[in-house]
Design a protein around this ligand. Structure first.
Ligand SMILES: Cc1ncc(COP(=O)(O)O)c(C=O)c1O
Length: 361
């Protein structure tokens, strides 16, 4: 076999939430019997208008490579020009396009952690050197403003990855600090991942003020419930968007995804209702878990952390009861689970399973 690029061999293992069908097959568990609290997706699913748009999609032609109508719908929704937008096959694709377009071997890259592992993986794949600036559990995982500023000054990184609100901690980013640094360090690209921003009513979006060295990533898969369809977008200046478009594989966003995206944006009433129900479910679940003695951490999103003695063992125990949670060990947090509230009956099943956990989990 040909030897691959060394960066490929050095890549860290891919660990994410959501059902791992290979794992479940090995355990003899039917995926249909598992309730997924590990993926932070709107549990009420997409708007009925999305289902209709999918059914009416023509698939014998290639999709519009530029997703023009979807971007037009987004432009009106966000109040930004269409040239400032690019669609992707999930925001994941756009992360890799940013790597391809901007990161070079030996670049310094800063990641604000603990956070989504794909930032480091993209940077490593491009041969960059990754450093992490960590939020601490002692401060409730608040954004590490001071240490990040010190790291930016010391390293002068090519890129800084920030998740806003952060996965898995649910904490927000101070927007003013990022804008100050973006002005002071024009040679640093700030990648702000807003995949979960719809779940955080108090969050200020970075799409409101766009600069050449800020790229905002958005996902349509989470709040709009389109995880299986794959749709996301990036917001930046036309010059940056043009560079991302140059490295994107053709037709990466299907006609079905584009049509679904337009329909999802049109049904804001459905989204607002779903998000309000989910917020109420989160509060209720937190209260019920607290009453059962669980140590939950406050978050600015729908998902939240629970402190446990051993996250891997507790995840396994819950999986045996048909409940999948996110073991945060791969985030460097072996004493935490991340859970995302589901529908009311499913949350009741979660609490039942929690009660059955052996002492010490
Ligand atoms: C913080 C964060 N960003 C991006 C993604 C990828 O989302 P998408 O489905 O849009 O590719 C995820 C998925 O879990 C995520 O947690």
């Amino acid at each position: 076999m040909l030897s691959p690029r060394p960066e490929v061999l050095a890549l860290s293992e891919v660990i994410h939430g959501a059902l791992n069908h290979t794992e479940l097959a090995a355990l003899g568990i039917d995926p249909a019997s598992v309730i997924d609290f590990s993926a932070s997706v709107n549990p009420f699913g997409p708007s009925p208008r999305v289902i209709e748009a999918i059914a009416n999609s023509q698939i014998h032609c290639y999709p519009d490579r530029d997703a023009t109508e979807f971007r037009q719908a987004l432009a009106s929704h966000l109040g930004v020009p269409k040239d400032c937008l690019i669609a992707g096959n999930g925001s994941s694709e756009l992360l890799y396009l940013i790597g391809l377009a901007f990161l070079r071997s030996a670049d310094q890259v800063l990641v604000v952690g603990p956070t989504y592992s794909e930032y480091s993986r993209v940077a490593q794949l491009m041969g960059a050197t990754v450093s992490c600036c960590q939020a601490s559990p002692r401060s409730g995982f608040q954004f590490p403003t001071r240490s990040l500023e010190e790291s930016i000054r010391a390293l002068r990184p090519r890129a800084v990855f920030v998740c806003h609100p952060n996965n898995p901690t649910g904490q927000l980013t101070p927007t003013a600090a990022i804008y100050l640094w973006a002005d002071e360090f024009p040679q640093t690209l700030f990648i702000i991942d807003e995949a979960y921003i719809e779940f955080s009513p108090d969050a200020q979006s970075f799409t409101k003020s766009i600069r050449d060295n800020i790229v905002v990533l958005r996902s349509m898969t989470k709040a709009h419930g389109l995880a299986g369809l794959r749709l996301g977008y990036a917001v930046s200046t036309p010059a940056v968007i043009d560079l991302l478009a140059r490295v994107r594989p053709p037709w990466s966003v299907s006609t079905i995804a584009q049509n679904a995206g337009i329909a999802a944006l049109q049904d804001s009433t459905y989204l607002q209702r779903a998000l309000a129900s989910l917020a109420a479910e989160k509060t209720l679940l937190e209260e019920r878990l607290a009453a059962l003695g669980a140590m939950t951490f406050p978050s600015e999103t729908h998902f939240f952390l629970i402190r446990v003695a051993n996250a891997t063992a507790t995840r396994q125990q819950l999986l045996n009861s048909g409940i999948l949670v996110r073991d945060c060990t791969s985030f460097g947090m072996p004493g935490f689970l991340r859970i995302s509230p589901q529908t009311p009956p499913q949350n009741t099943l979660f609490c039942e399973a929690w009660k059955q956990l052996p002492v010490g989990c």
